[in-house]
Design a protein around this ligand. Sequence first.
Ligand SMILES: [Zn+2]
Length: 126
Amino acid sequence: MTDSEEITFRFDQVPPCARCGGEALLRVRFGHSWTNITGHLVEGFREADLCPACDSGATPADDLLALFAVAERVPLTHLAEFGCRVVAWVESVRQPRSTWFVCEVRKTLTGTTASCPDTSSRPTVP
Ligand SMILES: [Zn+2]
């Protein structure tokens, strides 16, 4: 058993955005696992910043940014909604790389030539 589904987040004294150095609203840390080239499952953590400058324009991030726009501090009454949006956003951050990567690894291991359907979501390295 692992805690790979656990998401921890902080919105007090959030470090600057790792991508642009601007003011990030939220930093999340979440379990992240992938299959390496030898077929072994590797587990680790990733961190992601929610940054108005870098993340606006993508739907799950926009939903979350909208909530921050309404309230500087997330009110307790919105905590469940906030949690849902955080999870949706983390999934959007987490998925493209793993889906694409798993597909590529599967191709390598099985020797198939099928193209991965989601190459457009291949991660861009800043
Ligand atoms: Zn940024």
